[in-house]
Write a protein that binds this ligand. Structure first.
Ligand SMILES: Nc1nc2c(ncn2[C@@H]2O[C@H](COP(=O)(O)OP(=O)(O)OP(=O)(O)O)[C@@H](O)[C@H]2O)c(=O)[nH]1
Ligand SMILES: Nc1nc2c(ncn2[C@@H]2O[C@H](COP(=O)(O)OP(=O)(O)OP(=O)(O)O)[C@@H](O)[C@H]2O)c(=O)[nH]1
Length: 441
């Protein structure tokens, strides 16, 4: 299920980072098993009551002359308009209503995107409420007073944000059509791939109306079936500092990946797999999407009978956290193995939505447990009662045990391998939730 994207926009020093941290809580500092994925605060998942969304921070602004602040705010707001479902526009009751706030508010209003106006640093309602009313003048709705530092008003704010989430996106008509995001570092061949998909005569294209996001959605027909490709090419924005470009490209990758069922991570064969590739692939991995690694420009390198193995080994090594990822060697230029890619997409989608019956699962479980005893600690042995699949996209399994503490990562992985031996699940990550029996479902 694709999570809504919420972006935070505001002047320097109004408290964007404070709000971001208050909402992301400790989740963001959790060390994940994905090496190379930067833990800086560009994006985080937030859960509010029964809703989960992806929050993005469109970036810091260097407090400089007011001209520069305004142009950077516009840039930030544009990123938010391009990528977010809901925009939180944050202002500061101490600074009061500033001219650049009004200009950015105009821009946001014209975009038609839902905007939630919040006024931060309202540490005392009695003291500041009169000042909050001033922000009505922005013409983007009712200002919601919060104090990010004291975590006050955040519930009201999130209620307002959640009102704008698309209603159960999964029931939308074209939600049956698989969405495939094409991601990868600059120059790897993303646009060339999309062009190739369009250029082939078996492909019929139509632009999708109402696509408001920055990433370009392209509908393609192949062997009678529809696919929607989400293209993130052209990430570079000229004249910007390196950090900003990187932030922007991470935001676009995250939001494109979020909307996709399957992610094609493109790697340049002529350069080999790099750390940057690992970071990009890590975003797809973290979000539980189907992953196909497309090693592009295969036409451009010299090959002998060992080349493909060398590349495969190197990629498996650098992307060791996603051994399940499918690997296809392609050329966006010549069209080499493009049809193979469609077949792989179909297979990955099938695997992402595969449901295994509890009975079958537990046969595998008892065999696995018989072959390798579960770990024990201080005389207490892990008991595994049963396992059941609770979700798809990615396939998610709950394992009921006597004591969570005893469940080692390595034993979970052992069980994962057994499940993969039986059902494959190629191209998709599997998620495991360990519960103690007696806990609520
Ligand atoms: N009194 C008060 N101060 C706050 C509140 N929230 C944030 N601040 C303070 O405001 C200052 C700026 O907060 P940041 O979160 O860094 O602001 P920012 O918008 O991320 O700033 P930039 O990175 O410059 O864009 C810090 O000194 C915070 O402690 C609040 O609710 N009340
Ligand atoms: N030899 C060869 N060159 C390719 C292939 N695919 C792309 N290229 C070349 O690589 C360069 C970059 O291709 P693009 O498709 O623009 O790359 P991109 O990933 O969309 O780049 P950004 O827009 O910067 O993100 C172009 O010069 C392409 O002609 C391929 O399969 N083989």
């Amino acid at each position: 299920m694709s999570k809504p994207v919420v972006a935070i926009v505001g002047r320097p020093n109004v408290g964007k980072s404070t709000l971001f941290n208050a909402l992301a809580g400790e989740k963001i500092s959790i060390v994940k098993d994905t090496p190379g994925v930067t833990r800086d605060r560009i994006y985080a998942d937030v859960t509010w009551l029964d809703k989960t969304f992806t929050m993005i921070d469109t970036g810091g602004i260097e407090p400089d002359s007011s001209d520069i602040i305004l142009s950077q705010m516009r840039e930030q707001a544009q990123i938010a308009i391009d990528t977010a479902d809901v925009i939180i526009f944050i202002t500061d009751v101490h600074q009061g209503l500033v001219d650049s706030d009004a200009k950015v508010a105009d821009m946001l209003r014209r975009s038609g995107k839902p905007v939630v106006l919040v006024v931060n640093k309202v540490d005392s309602i009695q003291k500041f409420m009169m000042d909050v009313y001033e922000f009505y003048n922005l013409g983007i709705g009712e200002p919601i007073p919060i104090s990010a530092a004291n975590r006050m008003g955040l519930g009201d704010m999130l209620d307002e944000v959640a009102k704008h989430f698309p209603e159960d996106a999964d029931t939308e008509e074209d939600d049956e059509i698989p969405r495939i995001a094409i991601v990868g570092k600059p120059n790897v061949g993303k646009s060339s791939l999309v062009n190739k998909l369009l250029g082939e005569d078996r492909v019929i294209v139509s632009d999708i109306a109402g696509t408001t996001r920055d990433a370009v959605d392209t509908r393609v027909k192949w062997q009678g079936k529809d696919y929607i490709f989400i293209d993130t090419a052209g990430l570079r924005r000229k004249g910007k500092v390196k950090e900003e470009i990187e932030r922007y490209s991470v935001i676009r990758t995250v939001t494109a990946v979020e909307r996709a069922d399957v992610v094609i991570v493109m790697i340049d064969a002529s350069e080999g797999v790099t750390e940057q590739d690992a970071k990009i692939a890590g975003i797809a991995h973290e979000r539980g999407k189907g992953v196909i690694i497309a090693v592009n420009k295969w036409d451009a390198i010299e090959k002998n009978d060992k080349t493909i193995y060398k590349h495969t080994n190197r990629i498996r090594e650098v992307l060791a956290y996603m051994p399940y990822a499918e690997l296809v060697f392609i050329s966006a230029k010549t069209g080499l193995r493009i049809s193979r890619m469609f077949e792989t997409i179909d297979a990955v989608i099938e695997n992402q939505t595969l449901r295994i019956q509890t009975g079958v699962l537990n046969e595998i479980l008892s065999e696995a447990v018989a072959m390798q005893q579960p770990p024990s600690d201080k005389g207490k042995r892990l008991k595994i009662y049963y396992m059941t699949q609770v979700a798809v996209k990615p396939p998610t399994f709950v394992i009921f045990v006597n004591d969570k503490e005893l469940m080692h990562f390595s034993y979970t992985r052992y069980l994962e391998n057994k499940i993969r031996d039986a059902f494959g699940f190629a191209g998709t990550s599997l998620k495991f939730i360990i519960r103690e029996r007696g806990e609520k479902e």
